[in-house]
Design a protein around this ligand. Structure first.
Ligand code: NDP
Length: 418
């Protein structure tokens, strides 16, 4: 399948790390250590399909770093997954957990498949076989998967069940993003979007703005994009465009987001939604709006279109939507970029809460989850903002700088073995 990746994502992640090393004068030996992933497995996943044939899928699980705690990171089911994409996503997870102050390292997994083409039974068999193939890699004290593109609470429930059946008892902490009925946390579903909302609100406050009547365009209408569009609309934001993989819809006066969610659930796509013009995903990036929120895949804002972005702020709901070359252009143009490791960290923060609740087998109320989420995300935002001001740099370099220094410090204190 055609890939959405124009450049090697792991090389981009490594170049971002080198940039941070220079800005913050981090020991080059440490940067060398952190430029590599600690370990990774590549597995083949044979699955009996509904028609009786056997298909063999390719899967990955990569741990970038576990110096500060067990590794944490989502599992992606998508036709264009590559090992280097999984490695980049694992590295970004390390920085995200460190920036949030969570006792986790970074990991990621993926299976090359099109989940939309699989029946429910095929998806279950694929998930259980993939889990069996990586069963020695994961565990509540080792590496804890979560949902990402193409996976959801049901997939997490199958992983939890397969792991638990193999060890002989239920292990709630082996995976997060589980359904509530098997130890999930209230608030996890919308947590990534809620974290993004808190970041946009805090950033607007810094600039003397407010959510009410801010015009926002959201790319991607899955877990992150649709929840964020809904939360923003509830706050009085004018959501002027949303999109999915087939294309977008635009109405400068605002889209009825609950109606769009219902339409997508009924028709499987946003195209044809009444009361809005159809646009392409490329056109959405260049729309006249205040805040642009990419919530789909990597590398959608590049050196080719960054000078045509008209938003004054970009909030990265997706991981890696902006290339380093685009970052330079946006910074020169004075467009504020709220980086992925900050602005989409709400999901892993509530995953951490779910893991803690699972270990304790004691579950919190939703208002407690949301209040604790707000505390952690806003504190990380303020730390990043003040570091940006002190070093006269971008929010991304500041956020990475805080995170990399935390991981570097832990690495130095633990020392190399032997
Ligand atoms: P989902 O699978 O729930 O949704 C993905 C959305 O992106 C879908 O609406 C999909 O369209 C759309 N999409 C896919 N390809 C394209 C494309 N080429 N152009 C435009 N839209 C496209 O994934 P999530 O919402 O979970 O994840 C989205 C992003 O957020 C990813 O980068 C992920 O890593 C990141 N993220 C997710 C977290 C989570 O908790 N889920 C946590 C932190 C980050 P369609 O509906 O047509 O399939």
């Amino acid at each position: 399948p055609a890939t959405h990746l124009r450049e090697n994502p792991f090389e981009l992640a490594q170049s971002q790390l080198r940039r941070v090393g220079e800005t913050f004068a981090v020991d080059p030996n440490l940067i060398r250590v952190l430029s590599h992933c600690k370990k990774g497995v590549e597995v083949s996943v044979p699955v009996q399909m509904d028609d009786g044939s056997v298909s063999v899928f390719q899967g990955y699980r990569v741990v970038h770093n576990m110096t500060r705690g067990p590794a944490k990171g989502g599992i992606r089911y998508h036709p264009a997954v590559t090992q280097d994409e999984v490695k980049a996503l694992a590295m970004w997870m390390t920085w995200k957990c460190a920036l949030m102050g969570l006792p986790f390292g970074g990991a990621k997994g993926g299976v090359i498949c099109d989940p939309k083409e699989l029946s429910l039974g095929e998806k279950e068999r694929l998930t259980r076989r993939y889990t069996s193939e990586i069963i020695n890699e994961i565990g509540p004290e080792k590496d804890i998967p979560a949902p990402d593109v193409g996976t959801d609470a049901q997939v997490m429930a199958w992983i939890f069940d397969t792991y638990s059946m193999n060890v002989g008892h239920s292990v709630l902490g082996v995976v997060t993003g589980k359904p509530l009925s098997v130890g999930g946390s209230v608030g996890r579903d919308g947590a990534t979007a809620r974290g993004s909302l808190y970041c946009i609100r805090t950033a607007l406050q810094k600039q003397g703005g407010r959510l009410h009547d801010t015009r926002v365009a959201v790319q991607g209408f899955g877990n992150v994009g649709s929840n964020l569009a809904r939360l923003l609309a509830e706050e009085g934001v004018r959501v002027i465009a949303v999109s999915d993989s087939k294309g977008g819809i635009h109405n400068p006066y605002g889209i009825d987001v609950p109606a769009a969610i219902a339409y997508k659930a009924e028709h499987g796509a946003l195209g044809g939604f009444p009361g809005a013009d159809e646009i392409t995903n490329d056109e959405l990036i260049e729309l006249d709006c205040d805040v642009l929120v990419p919530c789909a895949l990597e590398q959608v804002i590049t050196s080719e279109n960054a000078d045509r972005v008209r938003a004054r702020m970009i909030c990265e709901g997706a991981n890696g939507p902006t290339t380093p070359a685009a970052d330079d252009i946006l910074e020169d143009r004075g467009i504020l970029v709220l980086p992925d490791v900050l602005s989409n960290a709400g999901g892993v923060v509530v995953s951490y809460f779910e893991w803690v609740q699972g270990l304790q087998e004691y579950f919190w109320k939703e208002y407690e989850v949301n209040a604790k989420l707000n505390d952690i995300v806003v504190r990380a935002f303020e730390e990043t903002w003040s570091t940006k001001e002190r070093y006269a740099t971008s929010m991304r370099t500041a956020a990475y700088g805080i995170a990399v220094q935390r991981v570097a410090e832990a690495t130095t204190i633990r020392g190399l073995y032997p």
